[in-house]
Design a binder for this molecule. Structure first.
Ligand code: ADP
Ligand code: MG
Length: 254
């Protein structure tokens, strides 16, 4: 059984409108999956439901993580188990620096795993954080700024990947909504994912655009239209989509 399994997942908005209409997907360690679909197909809704966002109701089916049914678990409980969502903290958090945010997030997970307070030693934390920041080419001064407060799109992305590198999740879900990302930021995301995917981590990259996939080669591509996976294949499918677009699939479901 794969680490993350979605079984016949249906997700509705608060008003009851069904957006995700039965998705089966299995993501394991050492795998990169891409879910690709046109705007409005429900990709972010799928991502939010994986995160446990209260505004998105799972009306049918389930989410299994490491064999455990996590469908009803809150976002923090999912995070403690090793599920990471790149957009989990997209907004600015005035008063909380990047450093203190990062340390709290790590300590919350450590506490949940140990069953008691088990704070990361400051020195270890600092060493690792500086090393990761250097790797991601994040200027040191950013660590002392308030999280996402006045950050550029590229800075937000880097800090998001920094979070992923520091938290060491088992499955990372990235909802690549930002079409405005420059090539440099795109590469940071792609390299960050590529670096971390391995025996300890798998990734689910959700995207409208094929271009991030020029930098990460997905093992599996799932075409997502109108709340459903309508085709699956290997990396070649991403190139086919780039050439032909989503039109043929959209016409087929219309
Ligand atoms: P995608 O990420 O593929 O562009 P979304 O999941 O963002 O698609 O949106 C799918 C559909 O659900 C759209 O019609 C969108 O307007 C609607 N939707 C998503 N979230 C909400 C929300 N919180 N409130 C109202 N409508 C929403
Ligand atoms: Mg979206």
């Amino acid at each position: 059984m794969a680490l993350l399994e979605l079984q016949n997942l249906h997700v509705a908005l608060e008003d009851g409108t069904e957006i995700v209409k039965g998705v089966d997907l299995a993501v394991d360690r050492n795998e990169v999956h891409a879910v690709m679909g046109p705007n409005g197909s429900g990709k972010s809704t799928l991502a939010y439901s994986l995160m446990g966002h209260p505004g998105y109701q799972i009306t049918e089916g389930q989410i299994l993580f490491d064999g455990e049914d996590v469908t009803e678990l809150a976002a923090d409980e999912r995070a403690q188990r090793g599920l990471f969502l790149a957009f989990q903290y997209p907004h600015a958090v005035p008063g909380v620096t990047v450093t203190s945010f990062m340390r709290s997030a790590i300590n919350a997970i450590r506490k949940a795993r140990a069953g008691e307070d088990d704070p990361v030693p400051i020195k270890d934390f600092r060493t690792e954080m500086l090393a990761q920041m250097e790797k991601l080419r994040i200027p040191r001064e950013l660590a002392q700024r308030y999280l996402n407060d006045g950050f550029s799109g590229g800075e937000k992305k880097r800090v998001e990947i920094l979070q992923m590198a520091m938290l060491k999740p088992r499955i990372a879900v990235l909802d690549e909504t930002d079409s405005g990302l420059d090539i440099d930021a795109l590469r940071v995301v792609a390299d960050g994912v590529q670096d971390l995917v391995g025996p300890e981590m798998g990734a689910l990259v959700i995207t409208h655009y094929q271009r991030i996939l020029n930098h990460i080669t997905p093992d599996f591509v799932h075409v997502f239209v109108d709340g459903r996976i309508v085709e699956e294949g290997g990396p070649e499918l991403a190139h086919k989509l780039e050439a032909e677009g989503y039109k043929p699939y959209e016409e087929a479901v219309a």
